[in-house]
Write a protein that binds this ligand. Structure first.
Ligand SMILES: [Zn+2]
Length: 220
């Protein structure tokens, strides 16, 4: 099977920036999915906007996947916070045109405890193809950032966590959601804001897709 017939649906979580407005009102998901760190700048006046981070990483994943011959369809909007139903519907509708497909949702994490840090990857409950992709992603991220914190649930024999998130249960193709650091934690936020980190993180996601499709028998 040729890799061009495999489609990756990319979903950058939440909304982006409205270029016509000023910080923090230019963030279309404000006041949720963001955090203000005093004494730092981030996306403006200390605000870290998750949706902006998600988009920065997702654009890089798209670049790598296209360079390597995959078909990529973005189900998110660069600015607007599209409803999850719209995103999933777009992917489910388009997927019938391809020999195989995968839904990848990119997020940053938040917690009431500002000490919480690290990486998590989610699939729907029970063992499916999504768990195979999640394991490849987990391994790529762990290999690239060995000193980071990895928040796993190994009770079912693999490292991914399982939740009934809409984009994991309503998609008709294998679907994985990654939580790439806690923007509420200053140390993680600094790392997440770094373009080198974003690039390496994107490379992990793109490499995991390659691992996954090779496992399915696709050739390059
Ligand atoms: Zn999110």
């Amino acid at each position: 099977m040729n890799i061009k017939t495999f489609c990756v649906f990319l979903d950058a979580g939440h909304g982006g920036l409205n270029p016509k407005l000023k910080v923090p009102n230019n963030y279309t998901t404000y006041p949720s999915k963001c955090w203000q760190h005093k004494n730092s700048l981030f996306h403006g006046y200390g605000w870290f906007f998750e949706g902006v981070f998600n988009r920065a990483v997702t654009v890089l994943i798209e670049k790598y996947l296209k360079d390597w011959g995959f078909t990529v369809i973005n189900v998110y909007d660069p600015v607007l916070d599209l409803a999850l139903g719209q995103r999933v519907k777009k992917a489910n509708f388009a997927s019938s045109s391809f020999s195989g497909s995968l839904y990848l949702s990119i997020h940053g994490n938040a917690a009431a405890s500002l000490d919480a840090r690290g990486f998590e990857v989610y699939t729907s409950p029970s063992q499916t193809q999504s768990d195979i992709m999640a394991s490849f992603l987990f391994d790529e991220v762990k290999e690239t950032f060995p000193n980071w914190i990895f928040r796993t649930d190994t009770t079912d024999g693999d490292s991914d966590r399982e939740e009934r998130f809409y984009v994991l249960t309503q998609t008709t193709m294998p679907s994985v959601l990654s939580e790439n650091g806690f923007f509420t934690n200053y140390k993680d936020a600094l790392m997440m804001f770094d373009p080198v980190f974003q690039d390496n993180l994107a490379l992990c996601h793109a490499r995991a897709v390659v691992d996954y499709v090779k496992h399915l028998g696709y050739v390059f």
